[in-house]
Design a protein around this ligand. Structure first.
Ligand code: FPP
Ligand code: MG
Length: 449
């Protein structure tokens, strides 16, 4: 190392040491540390070599991660509190719970979903800039664009199931709308609010995928080239921001503060989940690795489903018990969904999935199949720790996962979550929408893409 660089390192290590001695190495200190390094570098009048910048950056991040380990410890309000299902056994699978009718969730919501995509594309995403318009509507060309539309389907069906539970008169869903008419004590615009919420969930999800494909450098999504491969990373990120901005305006106009708070929290969770994935803590022990993974799944995937379902209950001004039913349903459906996604990443082909397969392992991610496999095949542990970067790690890990029961155990855990989601709904009076939702939870785990 050049002597000027050594000098900066020595001085900044002293500053670093002092800062780290403080009891809490909080955000302010982290920012301060970066400023200090910049200031010290400029004050001795040298340009800082790239390698040295990386050393400083990694040192700061490593310290931050160690300090942030409290993020992974249980707190009073831990989303993992009821997620420790590993040793439970399934009760209904492969049948539906007793007394539940097999109603096709896609068939009863298809008209609403077509309208929803049209409304997003034609009304919600208008802008004067043609490139932004094209980029933002790229994934909203048709309802059959390869996206599953699970999130809006949850919102629409749940709005009807909660309403039917309260009235206990269950109108068969035959008309053009699945949405409930508002009851006397509900806001008259309730059907519109539910439709808007369904649109917001799909827009949030799509925005997160636009950003995700840039971060993951993925080239395919929903059987189309990823947006950033067509418009470049800058426009893809900005199109994602634009989608979020439009969705937030819609949320604000809906005029329900609890919904605005819940859905804004989803955005925080999406970012948190993604950062956890990029810079996870060094988990020690198998149990801890699985917890960290599950917590990340909650933030990355289940939170959007949980909090948008909760928002359905907020908008309908339902009592606390129903708010809880809605939240538990969405959370467990979301956990099941992500676990199946992670199993399919191993099992599916790129063409069938509409996105690359085996992407997780190749990008260094240890998801449930490999984490379960490692409980039996401990040689996987060092590979997980070095993010499968060793020579031949990826091929060897894939081979071990397929020899183990890792994929099967991942699916079993997904089924347990799907059954918890069904249990929440079984607290509602029977109705076609409730049963369609139960069927949807079932399909989430039986899906192949
Ligand atoms: C897909 O994960 C990605 C997500 C579920 C969330 C991504 C979130 C961000 C990029 C944070 C930014 C957030 C906002 C609100 C814009 P995956 O890579 O495991 O799945 P994939 O195989 O479908 O790509
Ligand atoms: Mg991705």
């Amino acid at each position: 190392m050049k002597s000027s660089a050594k000098r900066i390192l020595a001085v900044s290590n002293r500053v670093n040491g002092r800062l780290l001695c403080r009891s809490r190495f909080n955000n302010v200190h982290r920012c301060g540390l970066l400023q200090q390094h910049r200031f010290l570098a400029s004050s001795v009048g040298v340009s800082v070599p790239e390698g040295f910048k990386d050393t400083v950056k990694n040192t700061i991040l490593d310290h931050a991660l160690r300090e942030d380990s409290r993020l992974w410890q249980s707190t009073g309000d831990d989303p993992l509190d009821d997620l420790d299902l590993e040793f439970e056994t399934t009760r209904y699978w492969p049948s539906l719970p007793p007394g539940v009718e097999a109603i096709d969730p896609i068939a009863i919501s298809s008209k609403e979903i077509v309208k929803l995509v049209e409304s997003i594309r034609d009304d919600m995403l208008n802008t004067e800039h043609p490139v932004l318009q094209k980029a933002a509507t790229y994934f909203f060309q048709s309802a059959a664009d390869g996206g599953k539309k699970v999130r809006p389907m949850l919102v629409l069906l749940l709005s009807r199931a909660l309403s039917d539970h309260i009235t206990t008169t269950h109108q068969p869903v035959t008309s053009s709308s699945l949405l409930p008419t508002a009851l006397e004590w509900q806001r008259p615009e309730l059907p519109d609010l539910n439709r808007r919420l369904a649109e917001v969930t799909e827009i949030f999800h799509t925005a997160s995928l636009l950003h995700d494909d840039v971060l993951d450098d993925a080239d395919q999504r929903r059987n189309l080239p990823a947006l950033h491969t067509q418009f470049g990373a800058k426009i893809a990120v900005l199109a994602g921001d634009f989608l979020l901005a439009k969705a937030c305006v819609t949320l604000a106009k809906m005029g329900d503060l609890r919904t605005v708070e819940a859905m804004s929290t989803v955005l925080e969770h999406l970012v948190l989940g993604e950062v956890m994935q990029i810079r996870g803590p060094k988990a020690d022990g198998q149990k801890s690795r699985l917890r960290v993974y599950l917590k990340k799944n909650f933030y990355k995937t289940a939170s959007l489903m949980a909090l948008s379902c909760k928002s359905v209950a907020f908008l309908g001004e339902y009592p606390d018990e129903l708010i809880d039913v809605a939240y538990r349903f969405g959370k467990h459906a979301g956990m099941a969904f992500q676990l199946v996604d992670d199993a399919l990443d191993y099992e599916g082909t790129a063409q069938h999935l509409g996105k690359p397969s085996m992407a997780d392992l190749r990008s260094g991610l240890a998801t449930a199949p490999v984490l379960f496999a490692a409980q039996e095949h401990t040689e996987l542990i060092p590979m997980i720790d070095r993010k499968f970067k060793g020579s031949g790690d990826v091929e060897r890990a894939i081979e071990i996962v397929f020899r183990s029961d890792g994929i099967e155990r991942t699916k079993e855990l997904a089924i347990l979550h799907a059954e918890r989601a069904m249990d929440a709904l079984l607290e509602l009076n029977p109705s076609p929408s409730r049963d369609a939702l139960i069927q949807l939870a079932y399909r989430v785990v039986a899906r192949t893409r």
